[in-house]
Structures are given as structure tokens and as C-alpha cells.
Design a protein around this ligand. Structure first.
Ligand code: C2E
Ligand code: MG
Ligand code: MG
Ligand code: MG
Length: 281
């Protein structure tokens, strides 16, 4: 009898697991189709501002997926799926091509694109980025790649070489979600990074937690000492903005200043503001 129960539980468990596996498999196929047919995937752009002047500096491209039956899906769900199922290269280069073409079409000063650490396993990664720049006509200095601390932590000579190659062309490298991983000063020095993006979890504590305030001050000072720009993510209040300006943070990004916008909205806003970048285009 006890044996029977055990088997019953095992079957139930296997059944549930089977459902989850099938579900992931179906999502994977849907994502593959979305990429092949170029339907349902879209980029939104969140402007990033100069802290001192309030002018728009550039924008970060953020991918969105409108699933036929599940509705809008968060990148926090489908990026890991794409990484796991071998779709991240296709997705990542789709995003990069769109974002670069958009920057050329609108005259946006620069565009930032998130790059998964998995994409760096391709030893031809840098070459493929250069191909996209050539195809779209975007100058390297108008592209910023956002990488994660985890990538530097691998301390891989191949990653180091790829980053060196990219930066030598004029492409900038920004370290995303800075402070949530384990980067050390030596990793930063070994790899060379142009910008630190302080994670929004730090920004959220400004004005509430004095320790976080001094940590952010230290990060901004570190950035200055190592000739890196520093951007604060997740700026949601006037108080946070003022404190960051006073600390000498270079750039600000967050809902207070702008939510991520559709490509049309950003282009409209940009044109209406009579931005120099638009006049140049
Ligand atoms: P991330 O690169 O750190 O992007 C910032 C995220 O914070 C975005 O969420 C953005 O909408 C959100 N955000 C911006 N300002 C604020 C604010 O003031 N308050 C709050 N609470 N949130 C704010 P999103 O678009 O959902 O993206 C989540 C993450 O998904 C990104 O984090 C990035 O790691 C990843 N991701 C998005 N697009 C891509 C992509 O094209 N490729 C890759 N590899 N990853 C991507
Ligand atoms: Mg990012
Ligand atoms: Mg970030
Ligand atoms: Mg983040």
C-alpha cells in the first residue's frame, strides 16, 4: 500500500513536471516563430538624461514581446528562456539591428543595447556587431553595449579580447545593474569599462538609508577616478534626482524623467523638442 502511494505521488509529480516542460517548449516555439516571422517583438526606448543639464543624452532599447494569447510578456521571463534554448543570439542581434537602424533614422545621439553574457560565448561576437554597424550605417561611438557583472566575473581571456576589440572601434561598454554582482576593482581594471549603471535597488534607498547614500557617493567617486561615466537607474523621485546631481552622478534614468517609450513616441518627442541631434539628421 505504501508502495502504491509512493508511486502515485511520483506519477503526479512527473505529470506536473511534464506540464511545465511542455509549457516552456511551447513558449520556445512561439519565440522562435516570432523571431522568424518578425511579429510580436518590439523595442521600446527609455531616454537617459545628462544630470547637469537635463538634456536627453541617449536612450536604452528594451525588448517587449506581445504574445498572441498570453499578452505582453516581460523580458525577465523570455530572455532567460531564449538563453536556455539557444535563441539569444538571434534575439540579441535582432534587437541590435533594430536599435541601430532606429538611431540612424531618428538622429538619436546614441543607443544602448543590453547584451546577454551567453552572446559572448560566440567568438565572432565583435565581428557580428561590426557587421550590424556597417549594415545600418551607425557610427560605433553611437552604440553602447550594456553588459553584466557576471560576465566580468568569468574572467575569460576571450571575453576580455572581445571587449577590447569592441572598445577599440569606439563602441562604449556599460556595466549594468552595478552593485548587485561581485565585480571588484581588479575586474574593472582588467576589462575596461566606459560606464557604470548603478542598480535601481540602490537609487530606491536614497534618502532612506544613509549607508546606501555613502555607497553611491563612493561609486560615483570610483567612476571619476577610473574615468568612467556613472548613470543612476530607477530615478523615481525629485529627492533622488537632487541627491544624485549633488553627488556628481553623470546621467539619470528612471520613471521620474521618462518611462520607456514606443519608437514613435520617442521620435515625436525628440522632434518636438527641436533637439540638436534631430536638426543634424
Ligand atoms: P535593465 O537593463 O536593468 O533595464 C532597466 C529596467 O528597469 C527596465 O525593465 C526598465 O523598464 C525598468 N525601469 C526603468 N526606470 C525605472 C524606474 O524608475 N523604476 C522602476 N521600478 N523600473 C524602472 P524591463 O524593460 O522590464 O527590462 C528588465 C530587464 O530585462 C532589463 O534590465 C534587462 O536586463 C533585460 N532586457 C531587456 N531588454 C533586453 C534585451 O534586448 N536583451 C537582453 N539581453 N536583455 C534585455
Ligand atoms: Mg540595461
Ligand atoms: Mg539596468
Ligand atoms: Mg536593472
Amino acid at each position: 500500500e505504501a508502495k502504491g502511494n509512493g508511486r502515485g505521488r511520483a506519477q503526479l509529480f512527473a505529470g506536473e513536471l511534464g506540464d511545465a516542460v511542455r509549457e516552456r517548449r511551447m513558449l520556445e516555439l512561439d519565440l522562435r516563430m516570432a523571431l522568424l516571422n518578425d511579429t510580436g517583438l518590439e523595442l521600446v526606448y527609455q531616454p537617459i538624461f545628462e544630470a547637469s543639464t537635463g538634456e536627453m543624452a541617449g536612450a536604452e532599447a528594451l525588448v517587449r514581446w506581445e504574445h498572441a494569447t498570453r499578452g505582453r510578456m516581460s523580458p525577465a521571463t523570455f530572455i532567460p528562456l531564449a538563453e536556455e534554448r539557444g535563441l539569444i543570439d538571434m534575439l540579441g542581434f535582432w534587437v541590435m539591428r533594430q536599435a541601430c537602424a532606429y538611431a540612424v533614422a531618428t538622429g538619436l545621439p546614441w543607443v544602448a543595447v543590453n547584451v546577454s553574457p551567453v552572446q559572448f560565448r560566440d567568438e565572432r561576437f565583435a565581428e557580428r556587431v561590426f557587421e550590424i554597424l556597417a549594415e545600418t550605417g551607425l557610427k560605433p561611438k553611437r552604440l553602447e553595449l550594456e553588459i553584466t557583472e557576471g560576465l566580468l566575473l568569468q574572467n575569460s581571456p576571450m571575453v576580455q579580447e572581445t571587449l577590447r576589440h569592441l572598445r577599440a572601434s569606439g563602441i562604449r561598454v556599460a556595466l549594468d545593474d552595478f552593485g548587485t554582482g561581485y565585480s571588484s576593482i581588479s575586474y574593472l581594471r582588467n576589462h575596461g569599462v566606459d560606464k557604470l549603471k548603478i542598480d535601481q535597488s540602490f537609487t530606491a534607498q536614497l534618502g532612506k538609508d544613509a549607508e546606501i547614500e555613502s555607497i553611491m557617493r563612493s561609486i560615483i567617486d570610483l567612476g571619476r577616478a577610473m574615468h568612467m561615466k556613472v548613470t543612476a537607474e530607477g530615478v523615481e523621485t525629485e529627492q533622488q534626482q537632487q541627491m544624485l546631481q549633488e553627488m556628481g552622478c553623470n546621467q539619470l534614468q528612471g520613471y521620474l524623467l521618462s518611462r520607456p517609450l514606443t519608437s514613435e513616441r520617442l521620435a515625436e518627442q525628440f522632434a518636438a523638442a527641436g533637439s540638436p541631434a534631430v536638426r543634424r539628421a
